[in-house]
Design a binder for this molecule. Structure first.
Ligand code: CMP
Length: 139
């Protein structure tokens, strides 16, 4: 498990506001479930229409969400890939790396379990997913 550990619990809270209200012990447990990923500029991390696998939390770098003819940049502290995991629908957009980037990821089961365990975080995640979905419907 130590091999997957890229952050201390404190760093996790600092980098990702979503986790800041967890206790250090809860963050420690969460870290055990994270896997790290990297991407190079131009890599397609998510392809629209694919079946979902992971949610991605950006630890460093930059990606671009491409939906319709819009391009939405996301950077460190942001996350993506949550919409299909929540809805059970295919991926809603392409996500392309703009820079050398690092992520911590959770698989669908671990993400769902995590959200069940922390209803306040679930609400935040669901609210942002709804906002993103509405934004996309408008185009
Ligand atoms: P998902 O549908 O699983 O895969 C593509 C991801 O792109 C999606 O989850 C969101 O995380 C992200 N995404 C889609 N639309 C937007 C948007 N309007 N703004 C920011 N991110 C988005």
């Amino acid at each position: 498990a130590a091999a997957h550990k890229t952050f201390t619990p404190e760093e996790l809270a600092e980098r990702f506001p979503l986790f800041s209200n967890l206790t250090p012990e809860q963050r420690e447990v969460l870290l055990l479930h994270f896997e790290t990923r990297t991407a190079q500029p131009g890599d397609r991390i998510i392809r629209a229409g694919d079946a979902p696998d992971n949610v991605y939390f950006i630890s460093s770098g930059e990606v671009e969400v491409r939906v319709a003819d819009r391009k939405i940049p996301l950077t460190a502290g942001d996350y993506f890939g949550e919409m299909a995991l929540l809805s059970g629908k295919p991926r809603s957009a392409d996500v392309i790396a703009l820079d050398y980037s690092k992520f911590v990821t959770l698989n669908q089961n671990d993400f769902r379990q995590f959200l069940r365990r922390f209803p306040e975080i679930r609400q935040q995640v669901a609210a942002l997913a709804a906002e993103r979905g509405e934004m996309n419907e408008g185009f």
